[in-house]
Design a binder for this molecule. Structure first.
Ligand code: AGP
Length: 613
């Protein structure tokens, strides 16, 4: 998604803006720009492409000043061109605006403003904002704040805004509705940013701007108002992210670093929640045992990898409790008429806590009187703030666009919550809980085992990466694993990949099998009925000369006779095998992408957090 950085203080603004935007590059963008108050006017520099192109422009045409805003744009309305890049200005160039989100009624507003004589330069929805403000000032708005308030009352859709006025060299304005915006509180200086990493190295104290709030930042203070003008008391919080978390720590990419962080993160979750013998500690979860005992139904909503984690959670919660559990893609759920009532717990799974579809699904559920449990990685995010209960995955900032450590932390969250629910509802006995908790303790070492064999996986990727497509097959708990492995491969190597339930092969996909198609088969030794069925699926592929890459339990002789290549993982209980199996698939996708020369941390067209529909 787009990135916003703003600064007001006594230091040169441009260097701070570009530094902050670089820290947001992982969010994905295709153009960038800055506006700075310089010697009585607003100087704007912007360009398509990467930040390096903007830096070249700034070197050729420097800008000095200590008040400015910067933006990286992920094109939604209009091509990634210089004209469409932010900041956008009004007719006079005396108002400059950067924007995250989508103005849904921009066409009508633009037509009205053009009728009034306003000249537009871009194809963007954003450009209506500076012109609306200009029009309100011309119509007699007594101050920039009032002009902003009047303008934003006419805007439908989501926005996070940074605004500069030529006549206001001492003030940086910002506003938000539906897109995140943070204020960084410094000593004699202040920042705005669309995400914490942008200002992590500059400030330690932040204010999370709330929906419908407008703020005026000066170098020595912050004033916040609601859009109706009522003042708001700022709540300053200590930043919880450590600067070290947003550097590569010697790895070649953030994604590889985050793949290797998984054992530590899962061990941390186990230490936090699974230190008792036969129960799980859930301090501050926000769902009491009486509520959990009365519960009869669960609806899990999410997008992308988080949805795959939800599919896994469904299977596990159904296995350890009597709950009826359903999953749905948040983007589909929000347009359904699901028959859910206050007796249904809605679980919103989201790494960023800002995914527009997941947030919309959450708000629908709240409107029906349901309680919402968030499984989320970002404290202070919109989903966290609007949920009734939260399980924090505590995976630390995930900078790589492709989710890895946050995904396995979501799986672990579902496993811990399954035991918690089963015990609270009296449906899981102490002995079974103890056995599950003991089995979970083996997961971090199992992942280490896979990571130690990364070189063998890299060789496999070198061998199989250059085909047009690949097929991933799994059953039961490893059906979501197959989907996730295929998604990883698609999004970072750009090779088409499809995840499928192995039991579906005869219903169509078997027609795809030929001697060129890599078929990644998840067949770690699990319950006999599932393993035996998986072996027969693999035999169907082998009979048609498919290129079988098996993910199998160390020591499995039968699979050696069937598969061309094998990725070995240590034995884990069926329900916990996805946590190690998926790491093998993360590495396979990673090394395929490396062999294909793609931008692994910032894959083309992708954003870390999809904050628009
Ligand atoms: C995962 O690799 C993808 N980058 C993407 O599918 C992601 O999982 C999805 O956009 C959901 O994001 P969220 O967890 O922040 O809601």
């Amino acid at each position: 998604m787009c990135g916003i950085v703003g600064y007001i203080g006594s230091r040169p603004a441009v260097a701070l803006l570009v530094n902050g935007l670089k820290r947001l590059e992982y969010r994905g963008y295709d153009s960038a720009g800055v506006a700075v108050w310089e010697d009585g006017r607003l100087a704007v520099r912007k360009s398509p492409g990467r930040l390096a192109v903007l830096e070249q422009q700034l070197t050729a045409r420097p800008v000095t000043g200590s008040l400015g805003v910067g933006h990286t744009r992920w094109a939604t309305h209009g091509e990634p061109t210089e004209l469409n890049a932010h900041p956008h200005t009004d007719c006079t160039g005396r108002i400059a605006v950067v924007h995250n989100g989508i103005i849904e009624n921009y066409r009508e507003l633009r037509a009205e403003l053009e009728q009034q004589g306003h000249a537009f330069r871009s194809q963007t929805d954003t450009e209506v904002i500076p012109h609306l403000i200009e029009a309100e000032l011309a119509a007699g708005a007594p101050s920039p704040e009032e002009a902003i308030r009047r303008a934003l009352r006419r805007v439908q859709g989501a926005f996070a805004l940074g605004l500069l006025f030529q006549e206001q060299p001492q003030t940086l304005y910002a506003a938000r509705r539906g897109s995140p915006l943070i204020i960084g509180v410094g000593q004699g200086e202040n920042f705005i940013a669309s995400d914490v990493p942008a200002i992590l190295d500059q400030v330690r104290r932040v204010i999370y701007l709330q929906d419908g709030e407008l703020c005026a930042l000066r170098a020595d203070g912050v004033s916040i108002f609601r859009l109706d003008g009522t003042p708001v008391v700022p709540v300053i919080q200590e930043m919880t992210l450590a600067a070290k978390a947003v550097d590569k720590a010697g790895f070649e990419t953030f994604m590889l670093k985050e793949i290797h962080e998984q054992p530590r993160i899962l061990r941390h979750l186990l230490l936090q929640h699974a230190w008792q013998e036969d129960t799980v500690a859930m301090p501050g979860l926000g769902l009491g045992a009486p509520y959990l005992r009365k519960l009869n139904r669960v609806m899990i909503v999410a997008c992308g990898s988080a949805f795959h984690a939800g599919m896994y959670g469904k299977l596990l919660w159904e296995q350890l409790t009597s709950l009826a559990v359903e999953t749905d893609l948040a983007s589909e759920f929000r347009y359904r008429d699901p028959k859910i009532d206050p007796g249904t717990l809605v679980v919103a799974v989201t790494q960023s806590g800002e995914t527009a579809d997941t947030l919309a699904a959450l708000r629908m559920a709240k409107s029906w009187g349901c309680k919402v449990l968030a499984i989320c990685n970002v404290p202070g995010s919109s989903v966290v703030r609007e949920s009734d209960a939260v399980f924090f995955t505590e995976a630390g900032p995930e900078i790589g666009v492709a989710s890895t450590k946050a995904f396995t932390a979501q799986l672990m969250a579902f496993a811990l919550l399954a035991i918690h629910l089963g015990r609270a509802r009296g449906e899981l006995g102490a002995a079974e809980a103890r056995a599950s908790l003991q089995a979970m303790q083996a997961v971090p070492d199992a992942i280490h085992y896979v990571l130690d064999r990364a070189e063998a996986i890299r060789r496999l990727a070198d061998k199989h990466h250059d085909g047009p497509s690949s097929l991933y097959l799994g059953r039961r708990f490893n059906y979501p694993t197959a989907l996730e492995g295929a998604l990883k491969n698609k999004e970072i190597s750009y090779q088409h990949a499809e995840g499928y339930a192995a039991g579906e092969m005869k219903h169509g996909p078997i027609a795809l099998i030929n001697e060129y198609l890599p078929v990644i088969c998840l067949c770690t030794r699990t319950r006999d009925e599932v393993y035996a069925k998986m072996i027969s699926n693999i035999k169907e592929v082998e009979a048609r000369h498919g290129r079988i890459i098996a993910v199998a339990t160390d020591g499995d002789e039968e699979i050696v006779r069937l598969a061309e290549d094998v990725i070995w993982v240590p034995p884990l209980r069926d329900e916990f095998s996805p946590l190690a199996n998926v790491v093998a698939l993360q590495l396979l996708a990673y090394y395929s992408a490396r062999a294909r020369g793609t931008d692994i941390d910032q894959p083309r067209n992708l954003a870390k957090s999809v904050t628009v529909e």
